[in-house]
Design a protein around this ligand. Structure first.
Ligand SMILES: Cc1cc2nc3c(=O)[nH]c(=O)nc-3n(C[C@H](O)[C@H](O)[C@H](O)COP(=O)(O)O)c2cc1C
Length: 221
């Protein structure tokens, strides 16, 4: 894909935004989802040509990989080997096992929202990552044996909110940043609203400040 930039140096050719919504909450309104929607609204305002596809992980019914699923996926991965734009027509389309991986691979921008749980994110997001990390769909190996990412997106944005401080213990964000290297996604950005559950915290002010940073990020990328 040829990168296009507008006069601000901002990418303006992204069409497909994939919103990975892992906002499991006990609050009337998820603060994490609020932050994510603020980012998406600001991004779409600046890039009205873009369209968002949302994957609500709480509704997908994804299950952790088990030996049978891994064997089926391995067989499919073998069939997908050597797939490229030129040979696209020769390969199976829409294999159920690779549905999420295909959507992930084809998105121009990926936005993931998940609350900060156990210094990371909910297990449901880890299950989703098992599903999207599919050999020969989102990553592969070149003839030289080197791993290479196959995702179209150039940027992954991660939005989270936490009850306490995150700094220094962002195991979820750090892991996603590492996975971007596997998937071939060059840029990773994160915005967190922290310390929302600490007694006496001005939750609104903290959230608004994070929303402002998320909106700034949406303007910038
Ligand atoms: C199961 C669970 C685990 C959590 N683990 C942490 C944690 O390790 N550290 C922390 O600072 N907050 C933790 N929290 C608090 C949440 O990060 C915080 O309330 C967050 O803002 C929730 O987002 P939401 O409003 O979108 O639900 C946890 C909350 C839950 C429900």
């Amino acid at each position: 894909m040829t990168e296009q930039q507008d006069t601000d140096g901002v990418r303006s050719d992204r069409q497909k935004i994939l919103f990975v919504n892992c906002c499991i909450t006990v609050h009337e309104e998820s603060r994490t989802e609020k932050l994510a929607r603020a980012f998406l609204d600001a991004y779409l305002k600046k890039h009205p040509q873009a369209e968002t596809e949302e994957r609500d992980l709480t509704r997908l019914g994804l299950r952790p990989l088990d030996p049978d699923t891994v064997r089926r996926r391995n067989a499919l991965s073998d069939m997908y080997a050597g797939r490229s734009a030129e040979t696209e027509a020769d390969f199976p389309q829409g294999a159920e096992e690779f549905l999420e991986a295909e959507k992930f691979a084809q998105a121009d921008l990926i936005v993931i929202a998940a609350p900060y749980w156990e210094m990371s994110f909910p297990a449901l997001l880890r299950i989703y990552i098992e599903h999207v990390s599919a050999l020969n769909v989102t990553f592969g190996y070149g003839e030289d044996g080197q791993q290479r990412g196959l995702c179209r997106a150039d940027h992954l944005v991660y939005l989270t909110t936490a009850g306490g401080p995150v700094a220094g213990n962002d195991y979820g964000g750090d892991y996603l940043r590492g996975m971007c290297g596997v998937w071939g996604i060059g840029e990773f950005s994160a915005v967190a609203a922290e310390c929302l559950d600490i007694g006496g915290a001005d939750v609104q002010a903290r959230l608004s400040e994070a929303v402002r940073r998320a909106q700034e990020l949406a303007e910038r990328i």
